[in-house]
Design a protein around this ligand. Structure first.
Ligand code: FES
Length: 108
């Protein structure tokens, strides 16, 4: 797997996200309160809202537009809503975050 380093965990606010522009679209990289890191498409499965601007709670994010709740680990909408976004393999080693972008390229 070809990992691409995208920065330090300290670049992401706790319970916040950073949006990364990639050749295959915007990716939202989240940091939870307990310093877990997740990466998903920055595009709500409902109407494309910017999930990176949502509110992080536990391992989920609430979309800023119409409040759908998306699980960060599976990319699936929670509750009564149906839909999902792509999840991207992500790892954090010694504070450095990397994503597996080649997987995305292969999927396009
Ligand atoms: S666009 Fe995200 S809830 Fe509607």
């Amino acid at each position: 797997m070809n990992w691409i380093e995208i920065g330090s965990i300290n670049d992401i606010p706790c319970r916040g996200a950073r949006c990364i522009a990639t050749p295959v679209g915007r990716i939202a990289v989240f940091r939870t309160a307990d310093d877990q890191v997740f990466a998903i498409d920055d595009r709500c499965p409902h109407k494309g809202g910017p999930l990176s601007q949502g509110i992080v709670h536990g391992a989920a994010v609430t979309c800023p537009l119409h409040n759908w709740v998306i699980a960060l680990d599976t990319g699936k909408a929670l509750g009564a809503d149906e839909g999902e976004v792509r999840t991207i393999p992500v790892k954090c080693e010694n504070g450095a975050i990397s994503i597996a972008l080649d997987i995305l390229m292969a999927a396009e």
